[in-house]
Ligand binder design. Structure first.
Ligand code: UP6
Length: 275
């Protein structure tokens, strides 16, 4: 997968969301996901409009919206169709199967009804996948496991990361990839299982061209480091794009275009250069 095109890799998956993501990346020539972590609906919508042309994916934290009303979802979906991207709700589920199924299907946000993709911490074990897939699989949704985190002192390392890969391999119909800082292929081969047919999407947060981190433990690497050196498939960029002023939409669009270009150049370099 490291040296296969996104378009060709669509055939490695049966999950419709995985295929949709890979086809969208190929169509738009963008492996950029923008994480829009703002608290007002209007800012969220305005930023999505500004970055829409440059992204394959918008990542949300829908539970931080102060003025949330379910009518926002229809507006998000309209933008998704207009600009041709998918939604990833970064919910980071972490509870027992029964509870996560309720959280995923219901509550105020009804995540499964609109988010193509969501994610879960592997900490409860395989039952969390069972719970979420009981809701999402029939809807054609996809799940990522958090195999690693971008933060200083993360506990998601070593055997924890390995077990996340093992869990994913047993549920390939629904688990389509990982939140991680690098490809997990090497780990797969340490499991003493046949991993030759594996393909998982690697989505990498903690990406920034200017800052090296923030005051709360976040750590940044560049698109080139993530995609070319570490084999990541999708770069997730938040504050590096919408920065300090969520109203400056022209500057936000220009930054998105720059990250898109960097991410794509790193991918093209990866296809042609052996590391
Ligand atoms: N995120 C990380 N690191 C992880 C997992 N998720 O930063 O390991 C998420 C955060 C935030 C985004 O919840 O929404 O990615 C990163 O935002 P930033 O680019 O503004 O730092």
């Amino acid at each position: 997968p490291r040296t296969q095109t996104y378009g060709a890799r669509a055939l490695n998956f049966t999950n419709p969301t995985a295929r949709l993501i890979l086809e969208t990346i190929e169509r738009k020539k963008s492996n950029l996901a923008v994480s829009v972590d703002v608290t007002k609906s209007n800012d969220l919508l305005a930023i999505i409009k500004a970055v829409g042309p440059y992204v394959c994916m918008i990542k949300t934290h829908i539970d931080i919206i102060d003025d949330f009303d379910f009518s926002l979802i229809k507006q998000l979906q309209n933008l998704g169709h207009e600009y041709d991207f998918v939604y990833f709700e970064d919910r980071k589920f972490a509870d027992i199967g029964n509870t996560v199924a309720l959280q995923y299907a219901g509550g105020v946000h009804k995540i499964a009804s609109w988010a193509h993709l969501t994610n879960a911490h592997p900490v409860p074990g395989p039952s969390i996948i069972k719970g979420l897939s009981s809701v999402g699989l029939a809807l054609g949704r996809g799940l990522l496991l958090l195999a690693e985190m971008s933060t200083k002192g993360s506990l998601a390392v070593g055997s924890y990361t390995e077990e996340a890969v093992r869990m994913a391999r047993q549920h390939k119909d629904f688990v389509i990839g990982f939140i991680a800082q690098r490809r997990m292929d090497g780990i797969g081969s340490q499991l003493h299982e046949d991993v030759s047919q594996d393909d998982f999407l690697i989505l990498t947060p903690g990406i920034g061209l200017e800052a090296k981190g923030d005051a709360m433990g976040q750590q940044y690497r560049t698109p080139h480091e993530a995609v070319f050196e570490s084999g990541s498939d999708i770069i997730i960029v938040g504050r590096g794009i919408y920065g300090t002023d969520p109203k400056a939409v022209d500057a936000i669009a220009a930054k998105a275009e720059r990250y898109m270009a960097e991410g794509w150049a790193a991918y093209q370099a990866r296809l042609t250069h052996q590391k």
